[in-house]
Design a protein around this ligand. Structure first.
Ligand SMILES: O=C(O)CCCC[C@@H]1SC[C@@H]2NC(=O)N[C@@H]21
Length: 263
């Protein structure tokens, strides 16, 4: 039996948090990221706010992609967090979020690993995606909307819409409120730590979770290959380090592929 998302249950399991987070759940929406960005633009809240949806019909992914999910078989939520940091200082936030998600899953016995910059993989297949979007900056703070989608089951109609190998976590489907509470605790801690220390504070933990460390990978911009080399982890700015034939390069953006790397 799949439990419905319930704000009260999630709040009860996150009550010990130093930073209070308001929690809302809705049966359906287009995109929890879009909803929180719109509300942030209207100054609808000024403290951390979590919005979780049973179902999204216009889920957004990175690089303009669509995030497909199915009611009850995915966990889809966004956390809006106001940071007292400048916009450029938030560049590495998605990596810190990836660490928080993967460590939470590891603590629940799931061997999740990270693909740069912030896909969460299980045995090489995508289990969860992270999309961080920034609301129009206020006077003294910048609000990041941290959107996370986790596959808990992959019914055939969902699998047929996803164009890449995907994984799911049926063992965690039964109590999505407990999973969401554990994630929220870890994310709130990560946001506080990120505000103090930036992405450098997460580099060693990210590297310990790196799925493709030591593997030959290609970094792509659409169909174009930008670099090829051995993935060596991230540096203190969150850049992917690649050992190429021409020496070490630090990559700022792109999609990483194992399949497209030439031997
Ligand atoms: O891997 C990606 O491309 C990122 C996917 C992020 C999906 C989540 S689901 C909750 C939140 N709302 C959205 O519209 N997108 C994010």
């Amino acid at each position: 039996m799949i439990s419905p998302l319930c704000a009260r249950q999630i709040a009860a399991q996150t009550a010990g948090q130093a930073r209070r987070v308001a929690i809302e759940t809705v049966p359906e929406t287009g995109s929890t990221n879009a909803d929180l960005l719109a509300r942030a633009a209207q100054r609808d809240f000024d403290a951390p706010l979590l919005l979780a949806a049973e179902s999204q019909h216009a889920g957004r992914g990175r690089a303009g992609r669509t995030w497909h999910s199915a009611p009850g078989s995915s966990l889809t939520f966004s956390l809006a967090w106001p940071f007292r940091r400048s916009l450029p200082q938030l560049v590495g936030l998605p990596l810190a979020v990836g660490v928080a998600v993967a460590e939470t899953l590891n603590a629940l016995g799931v061997a999740a690993r990270l693909k740069w910059p912030n896909d969460v993989l299980l045995e090489g297949e995508k289990l969860a995606g992270i999309l961080v979007e920034i609301a129009p900056p206020g006077e003294d703070r910048v609000t990041a909307v941290i959107g996370i989608g986790i596959n808990l089951a992959l019914p055939p109609e969902l699998r047929s819409r996803i164009d890449r190998p995907a994984a799911a976590l049926p063992s965690l489907q039964a109590d999505r409120n407990a999973l969401l509470a554990a994630l929220l605790n870890a994310l709130a801690e990560a946001c506080v730590e990120f505000e103090a220390g930036g992405v450098a504070a997460f580099a060693a933990r990210w590297n310990a979770l790196h799925a493709w460390r030591g593997e030959r990978v290609a970094v792509l911009d659409g169909a174009r290959t930008l670099h090829q080399g051995m993935a060596a982890g991230i540096d203190d700015s969150g850049r992917l380090l690649l050992d190429t034939d021409a020496g070490r390069v630090a990559v700022l953006s792109g999609d990483v592929s194992l399949r497209r790397a030439e031997a």
